[in-house]
Design a protein. Structure first.
Length: 116
């Protein structure tokens, strides 16, 4: 059974940082493109960052460029999102996604709340 479990969210003041983690199990992690998405109340889910199976950065949303960094550790089956200089607009539920061919899995999300 495939599981993606996010952690590291919380309440942080504007300008602060959080490191989100997504631990994967039940799949061959090194095959998968991994991505972080977020969804704020009343808004559509949006892609934040994507990393290839080998660790090449594929995408950052313009709104997070220079502030967020995606990385992965294939030995630990984990993908990370380092979030710095957080803004109130970053408040959302953050989800990780694993994709490989027709296989597509989502985690349950971790909440990030930025207070101004």
């Amino acid at each position: 059974q495939v599981q993606l479990v996010e952690s590291g969210g919380g309440l942080v003041q504007a300008g602060g940082s959080l490191r989100l983690s997504c631990a994967a199990s039940g799949l061959t992690f090194s095959n998968y493109v991994m991505g972080w998405f977020r969804q704020a109340p009343g808004k559509e889910r949006e892609s934040v960052a994507t990393i290839s199976s080998s660790g090449r950065i594929l995408y950052y949303a313009d709104s997070v460029k220079g502030r967020f960094t995606i990385s992965r550790d294939n030995a630990k089956n984990t993908v990370y999102l380092q979030t710095n200089n957080l803004k109130s607009d970053d408040t959302a539920a953050y989800y990780c996604r694993a994709r490989w061919g027709d296989y597509d899995y989502w985690g349950q999300g971790t909440q990030v709340t930025v207070s101004s």
